[in-house]
Design a protein around this ligand. Structure first.
Ligand code: SF4
Length: 120
């Protein structure tokens, strides 16, 4: 059995996820909604996260631009993603929604800017 805290909403339910040895099906106790049931099973079978961070930007009064992935990435790819993010140097101006990395760490997911950055 795995204990997991659901992060889908601020309630933070404590989930207990176990697998039936005979059927292979998962059981989630402690979830108070269907989204928590899905989260609990995904967290033990294929955990994913939306990654938020910042990247360096040149030619602006801001030195970093906030970014996020536009989809969920496998937790096991987060360090690979951060290595790519740390190598980025954007040139201002940047528009919110601009694609910063098209296929981050080979996940097929885009990294996008979450704010606009004006040039000086
Ligand atoms: S189980 Fe449902 S109510 Fe509880 S934290 Fe997850 S999403 Fe929120």
């Amino acid at each position: 059995m795995r204990e997991v805290i659901c992060i889908v909403c601020p309630k933070g339910c404590h989930l207990h996820v176990s697998q039936n040895a005979e059927t292979g099906e998962y059981e989630v106790r402690g979830a108070t909604c269907d989204r928590g049931m899905d989260y609990g099973i995904n967290e033990v079978t294929n955990p994913v996260r939306v990654l938020t961070s910042t990247v360096k930007v040149a030619g602006s009064n801001l030195v970093r631009c906030p970014v996020r992935t536009n989809g969920s990435i496998p937790k096991g790819k987060i360090f690979d993603c951060m290595e790519e993010i740390n190598r980025v140097l954007l040139e201002a101006p940047v528009q919110v929604g601009d694609v910063v990395i098209a296929d981050i760490a080979g996940t097929g997911i885009e990294l996008i800017a979450t704010r606009s950055v004006d040039a000086v």
